[in-house]
Design a protein around this ligand. Structure first.
Ligand code: TXA
Ligand code: MG
Length: 372
């Protein structure tokens, strides 16, 4: 434990003040953990070269140690401390998109702690586009690891308030840099395979990447192995079940349920919805991505039986939005009576009723724990 947790001196700042950043940097230098803003989502930061500080991040998040972390850099000196060499395609993309929502997976230098990379030979790196965080990294004098600042498996935070609500009492400091502009996590590309491989669609659309380096390999969700760690089929999940591939024909059994609707552009009224969230009235993907996690959080707070989510076209940022919705939904299809869902890593037929009952049960257990 650091001195910061001991005295529970957790301060929530709204100022973009140099002094605040200095204070946060000092906490990182002393081995503490600080939530920091980026253009994608809020991260949970610790000195990447301090294995003890990094271990505390896994504890705070309840994250399995097999799931490696992204290291955030502010300049090329940081990069030199982490990787052996940078393939030319990766270089081109870094020149074009950094600082920005692109993470590259490269061969790591030996001194990068194993706890950061889960023992892999590679390390994931990105330069975030947020002036406060770039200063934080520079002042800390070390690259910082930064998983999204949420309990493992839950939705990523896109405001400092989200972080405060979920992890406020477990971390040393929250740097408030306002709401995240992009709203979905970075695109992750591995340069460790024969051809560049998309590990996670995100804030930089695949089309833009391919326009610079040509065809990139993409793996469907179902083929992901636990070794593409953190890409678990059930992830980014709220407590309320989300159903994605529903058809109006099959909604009869939902009539007596308390249902929320998450739509891209147009509100719908084919059922009596308890609440409707529209991601972007003008149908703009950027706006929709920026609103996605907040909208799901608002619905999740209403204690609904179910959230029906509308699919968006899978182009540009739509690909990242659909990836998050699929993982959040945990449900592949409702086109027949039994819904196929991913349970853990295995696929299994499952009905909506099962799903609602299961999540209710999980919620009750969590509520018990909250009281305890
Ligand atoms: O936008 C983002 O990337 C945010 C902000 C805070 O920077 N960070 C973020 O971190 O989303 P996290 O930990 O929630 O997701 C990182 C993902 C995980 O799924 C992890 O498995 C994968 O990156 N990853 C990290 N290192 C890897 C490696 N060496 N090889 C393959 N995947 C890796
Ligand atoms: Mg995450």
């Amino acid at each position: 434990m650091t001195e910061f947790t001991e005295d529970k001196n957790i301060i929530f700042y709204a100022m973009r003040d140099k002094e605040v950043i200095l204070k946060a940097a000092e906490i990182i230098r002393k081995g503490g953990i600080v939530a920091f803003p980026t253009e994608t989502v809020y991260g949970l930061g610790a000195d990447a070269f301090n294995p003890f500080a990094v271990a505390r991040i896994f504890e705070v998040k309840g994250r399995p140690y097999f799931d490696p972390l992204i290291v955030h850099v502010a300049n090329h000196t940081d990069l030199d401390r982490l990787v052996i060499e940078i393939p030319s395609d990766a270089k081109k993309l870094m020149e074009r998109f950094w600082p920005g929502p692109l993470t590259v997976v490269l061969l790591k230098k030996e001194n990068v702690p194993d706890i950061v990379t889960a023992g892999l030979q590679t390390v994931a790196i990105r330069m975030p586009k947020h002036s406060m965080t770039l200063s934080l990294i520079e002042l800390a004098g070390s690259p910082i690891v930064g998983p999204s600042a949420n309990p493992f498996g839950y939705l990523s935070p896109t405001t400092a308030k989200h972080v405060q609500d979920q992890l406020g009492d477990k971390i040393d400091f929250i740097l408030d840099g306002g709401p995240c502009e992009v709203g979905v996590e970075s695109t992750i590309l591995s340069f460790f395979e024969k051809r560049p491989l998309l590990l996670r669609p995100g804030g930089v659309p695949l089309e833009e990447i391919e326009s610079i380096i040509g065809k990139v390999e993409v793996r469907p969700i179902e083929e992901e192995k636990p070794l593409a760690p953190g890409m678990l089929p059930r992830h980014y999940a709220p407590r309320t079940p989300i159903v994605l591939d529903w058809s109006k024909k099959n909604l009869d059994s939902y009539r007596d349920k308390k249902i929320g609707l998450l739509v891209f552009q147009e509100p719908k009224n084919f059922l009596k919805f308890h609440q409707i969230e529209v991601l972007s009235k003008k149908g703009d993907f950027r706006e929709a991505a920026a609103n996605l996690f907040s909208a799901i959080r608002r619905l999740d707070a209403l204690n609904l039986d179910l959230i029906l989510a509308e699919a968006v076209p899978e182009v540009g940022l739509g690909r990242a939005i659909m990836d998050r919705l699929r993982r959040a939904s945990n449900v592949i299809s409702t086109t027949n009576d039994s819904i196929s869902t991913f349970r853990g890593m295995g696929k299994k037929a499952y009905t909506t009723e099962d799903l609602i009952r299961d999540r209710k049960c999980e919620r009750n257990i969590e509520d018990e724990e909250d009281r305890g």
